[in-house]
Design a protein around this ligand. Structure first.
Ligand code: ZN
Length: 178
């Protein structure tokens, strides 16, 4: 198990479209494991590779429904309906905004054994998939807010980040309750 360091808003890798991976190597499987570990430690529902500083088209989603999704070279092939709900992002902690997303999506993705599959998801899971695929395109949820709301959040971000240097954040796992 290995928890990686998160890249926060301001880190250039979050703004670059991530290139496809050529194949599912041990390297890719290792990275996927680390993405799940890091996402869970940070209590998120999704995490993209560029959020840990790696520009590769890989992400994970786990909304707690016992069916976590690995996204490798994902392509959203269908979007149905529309929903508005509040979103946040592990790379922009403490900021939230209402984002319009398709209510249901179909995504084509490669599994860890290298097979190309099609997955359909709705509601929170569909939202998480769209959020992660956006990351792989260099897009953040704040880009999907109204210009005014975005401006307000960026001002808040500036305030929160006052005195901080760099754009990295170590993830400290929440204590396990029993
Ligand atoms: Zn995010």
């Amino acid at each position: 198990m290995s928890i990686r360091t998160l890249h926060l808003l301001g880190s250039p890798v979050l703004r670059e479209p991530s290139p496809d991976v050529a194949g599912v190597t041990d390297d890719v499987r290792h990275l996927v494991d680390d993405l799940f570990d890091t996402m869970r430690a940070a209590q998120g529902v999704g995490l993209a590779a560029n959020q840990v500083g790696i520009a590769r088209r890989i992400a994970v989603v786990d909304v707690g429904d016992d069916d976590p999704i690995v996204l490798i070279n994902p392509v959203i092939t269908d979007r149905v309906g529309q929903d508005r709900a509040e979103e946040g992002c592990l790379s922009i902690p403490e900021l939230y905004g209402d984002v319009d997303r398709a209510r249901q999506v179909t995504v084509e993705t490669t599994t860890l054994d290298g097979t190309r599959v099609t997955v359909t998801a709705e509601q929170l899971k569909a939202r998480a998939i769209q959020h992660e695929v956006d990351h792989l395109d260099g897009v953040l949820f704040i880009d999907r807010l109204s210009p005014l709301k975005r401006k307000l959040l960026l001002a808040k971000w500036k305030k929160l980040r006052k005195g901080e240097t760099g754009y990295l954040k170590e993830v400290v796992p929440a204590p396990v309750e029993d």
